[in-house]
Design a protein around this ligand. Structure first.
Ligand SMILES: Nc1ncnc2c1ncn2[C@@H]1O[C@H](COP(=O)(O)OP(=O)(O)O)[C@@H](O)[C@H]1O
Ligand SMILES: [Mg+2]
Length: 259
């Protein structure tokens, strides 16, 4: 007997065209509740477009994304966060004139549990989040003053302030140094352990492989692999499309060492 999987998000035959370009072509996958799914692929393979479909920013031109039984495209973008989905933006756009603390407080006030929170509670939640992402030290500064790594941290804090069930992270580790990447992985695991399902788009293969329970691979808008991290990275189609010979060689050496 097979155990029933507890799926929170179904992406069903999603296609997204921009004029003549098929940014996504008949892509289907499922996301289990409580998991961490890595979404990878070369530049321009459709990862950000998929994040935009799942967060309701784009209505797909074919197929559907269904979250907890609800078709995401049926909701206006600003209501998708009330369904329990939040995302970060690859190109970060904080409210530049607001302070870091105010930027996060906006989410804590208007997100899924915002209506149930007093202003005081929203700021308490904000301060807790700023502490956990490492931004407490710049809480009073205007968001426009932040360095790139701190802007990425702010994106994560803003998204978490919406109290999502499903959090979409689009290259939040880009531009971070080695220690900062480790801190980010630690933070994302802690977020996941508190029950938030994650979809992580990241270029850094080591980070994706260490954090993901499953990995979906896109190439030119199509899904070319879907499985456990090690299964996916040993798939010839993936190696060909994405990983390149250097990574393939390293994987091979790794396997040889283990046998
Ligand atoms: N709003 C848009 N209008 C036209 N083309 C777009 C738009 N968004 C993305 N694209 C194109 O769709 C393809 C996939 O882009 P994207 O999803 O950003 O890729 P990735 O995030 O994997 O690098 C690219 O060819 C890109 O130029
Ligand atoms: Mg992208």
């Amino acid at each position: 007997m097979t155990e029933a999987r507890d799926v929170c998000l179904r992406v069903e035959n999603v296609g997204m065209r921009f004029g003549g370009l098929r940014a996504l072509d008949d892509v289907s996958f499922e996301v289990e509740r409580g998991t961490i799914l890595g979404l990878i692929g070369p530049n321009g393979s459709g990862k950000t477009t998929m994040m935009n479909v799942v967060s309701g920013v784009y209505k797909p031109t074919s197929g559907r994304a269904v979250f907890e039984g609800k078709r995401i495209a049926d909701f206006p973008t600003h209501e998708v966060c009330h369904l329990g989905i939040a995302r970060t933006f690859q190109v970060v756009k904080p409210f530049a004139s607001l302070t870091v603390r105010e930027n996060v407080a906006v989410g804590a006030m208007y997100g899924r549990f915002g209506a149930k929170r007093s202003g005081k509670d929203a700021f308490a939640r904000t301060d807790e989040l700023l502490e956990s992402v490492g931004l407490a030290r710049v809480a009073g500064r205007p968001a426009s003053d932040l360095t790139i790594p701190d802007r990425k941290r702010l994106e994560v804090a803003k998204a978490l302030a919406l109290d999502p069930e499903l959090l979409l992270l689009d290259e939040v580790m880009a531009g971070l140094n080695h220690t900062e990447v480790d801190e980010a992985l630690h933070l994302l695991r802690a977020v996941n352990e508190r029950g938030v399902t994650l979809i992580v788009v990241e270029h850094l293969m080591k980070a994706i492989m260490s954090i993901s329970k499953r990995v979906v691979v896109l190439a030119e808008g199509k899904k070319i692999a879907d499985g456990l991290p090690l299964e996916v990275t040993s798939s010839p189609a993936v190696i060909e499309a994405y990983l390149g010979s250097r990574f393939a060689k390293r994987q091979q050496q790794e396997r040889e060492r283990q046998t």
